[in-house]
Design a protein around this ligand. Structure first.
Ligand code: SF4
Length: 315
């Protein structure tokens, strides 16, 4: 965490949200059990090669509870760990949270918004699973609540998207963001993975210009994590040379990559996180598993300051 009052050399999502919503914000992950159109239920095939669905659900989401029950459980979970916030947002994170008819989505989203603790929603989804009707619903809900949609972009490179069986190209991302942008009341987030097969340091850094051009409000960066029993785990074992973040890729190298990205990222885009943290037992490989988020964040801050740099200074 940044020290209280510390001015950070980048646009920090936590600070931006605090200013926007008037207090410390905590996301509460809920699972709407909507699955994913790219990985049919009961199937062990299909889907993105890196995907292990349950990696995204916190423990309080593992049994089928209603949205209200999940929010209550999440609040108990956070309070029992001494975490208090001023503003709580329901985070529809696992799977593809626009994967249902609009009437069903309305019920699910409205149930979350009717919880007395909840001030808004964040909806995680694929860029090829959005429509005018869904965007209009979100715009309507945003009249009196905070609403964000978070698109999984993963990479801007169509060859890599094909290779990881993502099921859409970068044009789908551009279309989804442009459609959502028609309503300035909806915040747009994006998620990218650093170190997918065939990505190089140079290709990742060069891709940031495409991210800037989208017109998103915030971004989550995370290193590729290789889960057991996924197609990418097999690729990792048979073709390790395809992966930038190998066993020898240390935190200092990753921090240098993140800083190179930040220096090219538009200062208007808030940065939500730099690292992903899946439970270690689920990972075949995670070169950065030994470092916690706050320590890593401090490494990034120190590196930017040492370079006398700031977010977007070499756009
Ligand atoms: S879109 Fe998401 S949930 Fe669906 S297969 Fe890909 S990573 Fe998994």
């Amino acid at each position: 965490m940044a020290a209280r009052g510390e001015i950070l050399p980048y646009n920090d999502y936590g600070g931006a949200m605090r200013r926007r919503l008037g207090g410390r914000v905590q996301k509460l992950a809920v699972d709407a059990y909507l699955g994913c159109p790219h990985r049919p239920a009961g199937s062990n095939t299909g889907g993105c090669t890196f995907c292990l669905g349950e990696a995204f659900s916190p423990s309080y989401c593992r049994t089928r509870l209603s949205i209200t029950e999940q929010i209550d459980a999440a609040l108990r979970f956070h309070h029992s760990r001494g975490r208090r916030a001023d503003v709580y947002l329901a985070y529809f994170q696992a799977g593809t949270n626009t994967n249902a008819p609009v009437d069903r989505l309305r019920k699910l989203y409205t149930e979350a918004l009717q919880h007395p603790a909840i001030s808004g929603l964040i909806i995680g989804t694929r860029p090829d699973c959005i429509s005018s009707e869904i965007v209009n619903l979100l715009a309507e809900l945003s009249h009196d609540k905070y609403i964000a949609i978070e698109y999984g972009i993963e990479t801007t490179d169509d060859n890599v998207l094909r290779h990881i069986n993502r099921g859409h190209d970068f044009t789908a991302v551009e279309r989804a963001v442009a459609l959502t942008r028609q309503h300035s009341c909806i915040d747009i987030g994006a998620h990218i993975i650093l170190g997918l097969p065939y990505e190089t340091r140079e290709s990742i850094v060069a891709s940031i210009a495409k991210i800037n051009a989208l017109g998103i409000d915030y971004i989550k960066l995370h290193q590729l994590q290789i889960y057991h029993n996924t197609p990418i785990a097999e690729e990792w074992q048979t073709h390790p040379e395809r992966f930038l973040l190998g066993d020898n890729f240390g935190a200092e190298q990753y921090a240098a990559l993140v800083v190179d990205i930040l220096r090219r990222l538009s200062p208007t885009i808030a940065i939500d996180r730099f690292l992903a943290r899946a439970p270690r037992h689920m990972l075949l490989c995670s070169p950065l598993a030994g470092i916690d988020s706050d320590t890593f964040r401090r490494m990034v801050i120190n590196r930017i300051r040492t370079l006398n740099a700031t977010q977007g200074d070499i756009l």
